[in-house]
Design a protein around this ligand. Structure first.
Ligand code: CP
Ligand code: NVA
Length: 297
């Protein structure tokens, strides 16, 4: 009997206890930079990009290398899949070389198709549908600043996009409240900015123009720009978060970014710790095991 690879593609498709365990391991891994030592020794991660990236590319690469593994980054344009090679053949061949593949691409169905034909774990590094690696890092950030995320109020501002949708997925697993200050045509539960932000623990936003949407109109998002007035509706110690890259003066004002609320660089750093924990779970079938005593060096 062959075991199914541990794909990390969409949070609702993974056992909630596994996802909670990944968050806990990310907290532990943050405390110890090179620990457990050589956890990924001899293991290789292919990183395939069909879109730009700074954080995802860097954090996966450093995560593998700090724990003794290797990475092979490629753009899709460099691969035969951009010519005539099928997704199925690409998945089968990659599975013979590397231990896991992380992919960033627009079309979610293509990523699912690739995963279906892969015998190694496939990690979703962002599609137009979702960005689960980001949300693991965001939960780690909220918990390290404010404790258990259960029962917290997170207010999403701006465009209802791939990151917003993944926050919705996470809300059901971690039992936090997610309010949406987005144009009403984007979501049945859209609220006014004031109602969404009221007494929130976290205000979070993202670009109004995701990769691949260049040229789309942004006027409808203007009422959902995050300003110090927005923050005033939230709790006094509310966090401001953004997955980055930021477009200052559009989705968020400079004074919010310079305020005590802003935790964007901790959030970006936590991508590194989150990637380690995600990889450790995905590579579990390759013999990687994290146990509490692994951290007691
Ligand atoms: N937040 C995020 O995924 O950043 P990159 O696009 O730089 O990877
Ligand atoms: N919503 C953004 C996130 C970038 C990390 C995008 O898809 O471009």
């Amino acid at each position: 009997m062959t075991t199914q690879p541990r794909h990390f593609i969409d949070l609702p498709d993974i056992d909630p206890q596994v996802i909670k365990g990944i968050v806990q391991n990310a907290h532990r891994l943050k405390a110890k930079k090179f620990c457990p030592p050589q956890l990924f020794s001899g293991l290789s991660l292919a990183m395939v990009f069909d879109k730009r990236s700074t954080r995802t590319r860097m954090s996966f690469e450093v995560a593998m290398k700090q724990l003794g593994g290797h990475t092979i980054p490629m753009t899709m344009a460099e691969m035969q899949i951009t010519g005539s090679e099928s997704v199925e053949d690409t998945a089968n061949v990659l599975s013979r070389y590397v231990d896991a593949v992380m992919i960033r691409m627009s079309d979610h169905d293509t990523l699912l198709n690739l995963a279906e034909h892969a015998s190694i774990p496939v990690i979703n590094g962002l599609t137009d549908h979702s960005h689960p690696c980001q949300i693991i890092a965001d939960i780690v950030t909220i918990e390290e600043k404010r404790g258990d995320i259960q029962g917290k109020k997170i207010a999403w501002f701006g465009d209802y996009n791939n990151v917003a949708r993944t926050f919705e997925h996470a809300g059901k697993i971690f039992d936090f409240e997610l309010t949406l200050a987005v144009p009403e045509e984007q979501h049945a539960n859209a609220l006014s900015p004031e109602d969404a932000a009221k007494d929130a623990d976290v205000i979070v936003t993202d670009t109004w123009v995701s990769m691949g949407e260049e040229g789309k109109g942004t006027e409808k998002f203007a009422p959902f720009k995050v300003t110090m007035d927005t923050m005033a509706h939230a709790k006094d110690d509310a966090l401001f978060m953004h997955c980055m890259p930021i477009h200052r003066g559009y989705e968020v004002c400079d004074d919010v970014l310079q305020s005590k609320h802003c935790v964007i660089y901790d959030e970006a750093e936590n991508r590194l710790h989150a990637q380690k924990a995600i990889l450790a779970w995905c590579l579990g079938e390759s013999g990687v095991k994290i146990q509490q005593h692994s951290f007691d060096l």
